[in-house]
Write a protein that binds this ligand. Structure first.
Ligand code: SOE
Length: 387
C-alpha cells in the first residue's frame, strides 16, 4: 500500500486495475503497473486493486509479492467489481475472449495479452465487443509490447518519414531455443486447445504485428510451412502427452504495398534465446534490429556517399528517441520490462484523452487472420492463401 501511495501525489484520481493471471506475463505486467506513474506523467496513476488466479494460496502469494492489494479466485466477480476500471488479461489464449467480452460489457477498459485469441471467430467477437464499448468511452488494447521497443518505434518513424523510401523487403525471424531439448516437459503452450497454435501464435504473432507496425502496411497473403519436431513430451501426471501445435512456422508474405516478406518463428534455434530480428530494405535505405541487442537500431542511408556509407549503429537512448527520455541519461540502456511500461503509459494516456489505444483489438484480429492463413497454407502444401 505504501509502495503504491508514493506513485500518486494524492490529487489525481486513480485508475483501478484488476489483473487475471500471474505467471510470466502477470509478473512483467505487474512490474509495469508498479513503475509507469513513476516515470511517465500519466493522467491517472494506476492502483493495483486485485489479482485473479485459480489457486487461492498461489494467487495470494503472487499478489503480495507483485504489489496487488488483494487476491481473488473468480475472474467473473473480479471483472464486475465497482472498484475496478480496467481489466488486464494475462491468461492463456483460450480464456481471452470470454474474459475480455465480459469485462467490456461490464464497462471496464481491457488490456489483453497476445495473440488476441485462439481463433479468428473469437477475435471477431472481441472486436465487436470492443466497438460497442468504444461508443461508451470504454477502450480495449492488445498487448503487442514489442511496438514499444524504442528502436522499433524509431524504425517506424524512419519509414514514415520516408528515410527508407519505398519498402521492398521485410525479413523477420523470431528465434528461441527453450524447446530444443526433447525431454523438456509439456506445457500449456504446446496444447492447441489452450494456446491456439505453437511458435506461430506465440512468437510469430509478434513479428507479424511488429513488421506491419514498422512498415505501416498489412500482410495481404502468405505461403507457409510448419513442423512439429517433438510430437510427445513428458506430462505433469507422468507418462507422455501429445504435442498438438507447431514447433516452427516459416512463411513468405506479400504486403499490401507490393513489398515481399519472409518470416520464421521457432523455439528450436539452439543458442538463440529471444532473437526477434527484423530487417527492412527500401529504395533509399534499410534498418535492421535484433531484440537480443534491443537498444540498437542499425540504419543504412542509401543516399550517403559510398566511401563513408554502410550500416551505422544507433544507440536508441537519446531523449529525442521514442520513450527513452523518460528514463536514464543516454547510453544507460533499457530492458524487456520497459516495453511493458511504455505500453501502459500509452494506454493510460489514450484512455484519458478519449483516443482509442493502439494496437486495437482490430489490429489483433488482423494478426489472427494472418495466423489462420499461415495454418491453412501449411495444410494445403504451402499454397498461397489470401489474408
Ligand atoms: C514465450 O515464448 C514468450 O514469453 C512469449 O509468449 C512472449 O510473448 C515473448 O515476448 C517472449 O517469449
Amino acid at each position: 500500500m505504501t509502495e503504491q501511495a508514493s506513485s500518486n501525489d494524492g490529487r489525481r484520481p486513480e485508475l483501478r486495475v484488476a489483473m487475471v493471471g500471474h505467471a510470466f506475463m502477470g509478473a512483467v505486467h505487474s512490474q509495469a503497473w508498479r513503475s509507469v506513474a513513476r516515470f511517465f506523467d500519466v493522467p491517472r496513476p494506476p492502483r493495483m486493486v486485485v489479482l485473479g488466479g485459480r489457486n487461492p494460496e498461489r494467487t495470494a502469494q503472487a499478489a503480495q509479492r507483485m504489489g496487488w492489494d488483494e487476491a481473488a479466485t473468480d475472474w467473473r466477480d473480479l471483472v464486475r467489481r465497482d472498484d475496478v476500471d480496467l481489466v488486464d488479461i494475462c491468461t492463456p489464449g483460450d480464456t481471452h475472449a470470454e474474459i475480455a467480452i465480459t469485462a467490456l460489457e461490464a464497462g471496464k477498459h481491457v488490456l489483453c495479452e497476445k495473440p488476441l485469441a485462439n481463433t479468428v471467430d473469437e477475435a471477431e467477437r472481441m472486436v465487436q465487443a470492443a466497438e460497442r464499448a468504444r461508443e461508451r468511452g470504454v477502450y480495449a488494447m492488445v498487448a503487442f509490447n514489442y511496438r514499444r521497443v524504442p528502436a522499433l518505434a524509431l524504425a517506424r518513424r524512419l519509414v514514415a518519414e520516408g528515410r527508407l523510401g519505398e519498402v521492398r523487403h521485410v525479413r523477420a525471424a523470431y528465434l528461441q531455443d527453450w524447446l530444443a531439448d526433447a525431454e523438456s516437459p509439456m506445457t500449456w503452450r504446446l496444447r492447441k486447445e489452450q494456446a491456439g497454435s505453437g511458435a506461430l501464435g506465440d512468437i510469430g504473432a509478434h513479428i507479424i504485428d511488429a513488421t506491419q507496425f514498422v512498415t505501416g502496411q498489412t500482410i495481404a497473403g502468405v505461403s507457409a510451412l510448419t513442423e512439429t519436431f517433438v510430437r510427445q513430451r513428458p506430462s505433469d501426471g507422468g507418462g507422455m502427452e501429445d504435442v498438438t501445435v507447431d514447433d516452427c512456422a516459416l512463411f513468405t508474405a506479400r504486403f499490401s504495398s507490393g513489398a515481399v516478406g519472409s518470416f520464421e518463428a521457432t523455439r528450436y534455434a539452439l543458442g538463440r534465446k529471444n532473437a526477434m530480428r527484423i530487417e527492412i530494405n527500401g529504395s533509399k535505405g534499410s534498418v535492421a534490429f535484433d531484440f537480443e541487442s534491443m537498444n540498437e537500431l542499425w540504419f543504412h542511408d542509401g543516399t550517403d556517399a559510398p566511401e563513408t556509407g554502410g550500416f551505422r549503429r544507433i544507440v536508441v537512448t537519446e531523449p529525442t528517441h521514442p520513450y527513452a527520455g523518460a528514463w536514464w541519461p543516454p547510453g544507460h540502456v533499457l530492458g524487456y520490462e520497459h516495453t511493458f511500461t511504455h505500453e501502459l503509459a500509452d494506454l493510460l494516456t489514450a484512455i484519458e484523452s478519449g483516443t482509442p489505444p493502439e494496437p486495437s483489438f482490430a489490429d489483433g484480429l488482423r494478426v489472427q487472420r494472418v495466423l489462420e492463413a499461415v495454418e491453412k497454407s501449411a495444410e494445403n502444401g504451402s499454397s498461397f492463401v489470401q489474408v
